[in-house]
Design a protein around this ligand. Structure first.
Ligand SMILES: CC(C)(COP(=O)(O)OP(=O)(O)OC[C@H]1O[C@@H](n2cnc3c(N)ncnc32)[C@H](O)[C@@H]1OP(=O)(O)O)[C@@H](O)C(=O)NCCC(=O)NCCS
Length: 173
């Protein structure tokens, strides 16, 4: 029996493939793309501006998700305050790749790296409350981290706008 039109339509459809999201350590080739992606969201105050120089200096602290062509789709970094305190920073996913679970994977990867490095806890300042709460963080307060407030004051008074964001923390061991 010949296949009907519905079966033909079915067989001509491309198979749906969901490639696994792989998080990798950032490399030199990613520096410009990381800075560009991070800074895309800086005018809205969602990320702090990060220059290529900053990314270069902190390259070992950055992790990325790339597409099949090697282009950076998402990034995240760790920013150490002391051997007992680290902040998750520079979390950004390209607008065309958002909503596919990349942000969640990047948070988990940052936590894993922080745990490997022996930090007892990790915190983040963000407006993405649903994302961090569903990733296992709990609401905290910036007042618990005077190191953070001091660093913001030192960098730029304009960055004190963190006041309107939420602070999230998670114990790592
Ligand atoms: C926030 C951001 C990194 C999320 O990346 P993403 O890849 O779209 O996130 P995911 O697909 O992994 O989403 C996971 C969950 O978080 C939720 N979520 C995503 N972005 C959110 C946001 N801004 N606020 C609240 N919840 C959010 C999603 O709805 C999803 O929930 P679900 O699993 O119940 O559907 C991305 O939207 C982004 O780059 N935003 C601009 C920069 C920014 O705000 N960075 C955070 C600074 S700490």
């Amino acid at each position: 029996m010949k296949p009907g039109p519905a079966a033909k339509r079915e067989s001509s459809r491309k198979p749906v493939t969901t490639a696994p999201i792989e998080v990798e350590h950032a490399e030199e080739r990613d520096i410009a793309a990381i800075s560009t992606l991070n800074n895309l969201f800086a005018p809205d105050g969602l990320t702090l501006p990060r220059s290529e120089e900053f990314v270069t200096t902190h390259l070992a602290d950055y992790q990325v998700v790339r597409n099949a062509d090697g282009a950076v789709l998402g990034c995240v970094a760790l920013d150490e305050y002391s051997p007992s305190l680290v902040e998750l920073v520079s979390l950004a996913v390209s607008p065309t790749a958002q909503g596919r679970g990349i942000g969640r994977r990047l948070i988990a990867a940052a936590e894993d790296l922080a745990q490997q490095r022996g930090y007892p806890q990790i915190f983040a300042i963000s407006l993405a409350d649903g994302l961090f709460l569903s990733a296992g963080f709990h609401e905290s307060s910036i007042d618990v981290y005077p190191e953070k407030i001091a660093r913001y004051v030192k960098i730029s008074r304009s960055e004190l706008s963190i006041g309107r964001k939420f602070c999230f923390a998670r114990a790592l061991r």
